[in-house]
Design a binder for this molecule. Structure first.
Ligand code: FMN
Length: 198
């Protein structure tokens, strides 16, 4: 049975275009994968703490030496990783904020990138341990940057996900959302066209 993990990373709880479109993409994937289980991770509703002394201390302390607080932090990270590993298809709603991903998504990445668990270094270099996933990114943007040097989001997402072993990544863009009503409706129509064939 197929499991779809939908990750919402918009900062807004209401009216976020990336959330709207990623919901539509999940519905579309449910149609093409009948009976699929959908798991939703809403990073705005359930925020993760930024990396700090406590979080990094937990990650880098050997399991048998962790304090109860460190055990709880490590267990939270490992539950997120188990959720990711259980998914066959991962759909990420990724707004562009200040030329990058939201701090919610960056922090989620910080919690799932764990040496020896989701990646490891070998004599041949790094090896991602999250294999066999199909990933879709729905990127919502106020301006238009796809294919230009200002699109720092797309290469970053490809690099990070590829580092963990997720190399089959497709992007759906809704660009120009803040460039007037016509541009916004064209952006949504273009994204919906891509969703329909996903
Ligand atoms: C804090 C903030 C920063 C933004 N920075 C950018 C940006 O760097 N480039 C851009 O094209 N749009 C930018 N925008 C516009 C958003 O990408 C646009 O509103 C998009 O719809 C955000 O996705 P969301 O609706 O899912 O939150 C920004 C919006 C906000 C609120």
């Amino acid at each position: 049975m197929t499991t779809i993990l939908q990750i919402n990373s918009a900062a807004r709880s209401q009216g976020a275009q990336s959330t709207l479109l990623v919901n539509e993409l999940t519905e579309r994937l449910q149609q093409s994968n009948p009976g699929a289980t959908v798991v939703k991770r809403n990073l705005q509703a359930e925020p993760l703490p930024h990396l700090d002394d406590a979080v990094l201390g937990a990650f880098f302390t050997p399991a048998e030496q962790r304090t109860p607080e460190q055990q709880a932090i490590a267990a939270r990270s490992e539950a997120l990783i188990a959720e990711l590993q259980a998914a066959d298809i991962i759909v990420i709603g990724a707004p562009m904020y200040n030329f990058g991903v939201s701090s919610q998504l960056k922090t989620y990445f910080d919690w799932i990138a764990r040496a020896g668990i989701t990646f490891r270094y070998t004599a041949n270099g790094p090896e991602g341990l999250v294999a066999g996933k199909k990933v879709f990114i729905v990127s919502a943007r106020g301006g238009k940057y796809q294919g230009t040097p200002h699109d720092s989001q797309t290469p970053y997402l490809k690099s990070f996900l590829g580092f963990l072993g997720m190399t089959d990544v497709s992007f759906i863009y809704a660009e120009g959302l803040n460039m007037g009503p016509e541009a916004a409706s064209a952006a949504l129509a273009g994204a919906r066209e891509a969703i329909a064939t996903a």
